[in-house]
Design a protein around this ligand. Structure first.
Ligand code: HEC
Ligand code: HEC
Length: 192
């Protein structure tokens, strides 16, 4: 057998392998085990700095994973984690988490801020953060019941410019005061 022949056999072997990998991606549930330590079983956050993924739209999750992987969205851990997965994995994870039931939380919020935030949400944010933030339009993440420290951390990243706001969201956020934004986050945290 010539070297040329062996090379050909190797190449077809590799092709056959990748074809198998594409036909049978790891099950979504299997992949989601890698996320459970932080995002909880079935996507309900296990800690104050972690968002719940349950009931987020598929697009929102895939979009976030791609931005973490490319470095466009700043992160403490997700950037490193996302690098270990392919687009097909993102698709499977996102499908799994989007089908899980909304995860309500009970947290200490300031009642006056919640009331003020509710009116601000209706007037400024409800076009994309639908149903009091329980649903998201297209690539918009779920805001309702996310932990206040997580929401505050993300708002700080937006305000510092480290995380880029969608243009249409920036138009609504920029005119608001620090107190307004704080009230909005208290409102979202309170929604169940
Ligand atoms: C070690 C803890 C940890 C693990 C494991 C983990 N995450 Fe995360 N995840 C975080 C943290 C913390 C954030 C907030 C961004 C940051 O600082 O990294 C986050 C943010 C996210 C977001 C953004 C959600 C939003 O509302 O904007 C998505 C999507 C996400 N993670 C998906 C996953 C998936 C899918 C897995 C499993 C493959 C996973 N994460 C595993 C800690 C973790
Ligand atoms: C035009 C649609 C739109 C409007 C209006 C909008 N948002 Fe958003 N929001 C988004 C999208 C899309 C994302 C995810 C963007 C990204 O990848 O950074 C997001 C993300 C967020 C996040 C981060 C959540 C997370 O889990 O990562 C916060 C906080 C937020 N928005 C607050 C607000 C507030 C407060 C308002 C109203 C003053 C508002 N948004 C108005 C579309 C919008």
């Amino acid at each position: 057998m010539t070297m040329k022949w062996k090379g050909w056999a190797l190449a077809t072997g590799a092709l056959a392998f990748s074809a198998t990998a594409m036909a049978a991606p790891p099950s979504a549930e299997m992949i989601s085990f890698a996320c459970a330590g932080c995002h909880g079983t079935n996507g309900g956050s296990a800690g104050l700095t972690m968002p719940s993924l349950a009931s987020q739209s598929k697009t929102a999750i895939v979009d976030a994973m791609k931005k973490f992987k490319s470095g466009e969205r700043p992160s403490t851990v997700m950037g490193r984690l996302a690098k270990g997965y392919t687009d097909a994995d993102f698709d499977a994870m996102a499908t799994f988490f989007s089908k899980q039931k909304f995860h309500p939380t009970t947290q200490a919020v300031n009642a006056a801020k919640v009331k003020k935030g509710e009116a601000l949400q209706e007037a400024n944010c409800s076009r994309c953060h639908l149903e009091d933030g329980k649903e998201g339009k297209d690539d918009t993440p779920v805001m309702a019941s996310q932990w206040l420290p997580y929401l505050q951390m993300q708002m700080d990243l937006y305000q510092s410019g480290a995380r880029k706001m969608p243009e249409k969201m920036a138009e609504k956020v920029k005119p608001l005061s620090k107190e307004d934004l704080d009230a909005l986050l208290h409102f979202y945290a309170s929604v169940k």
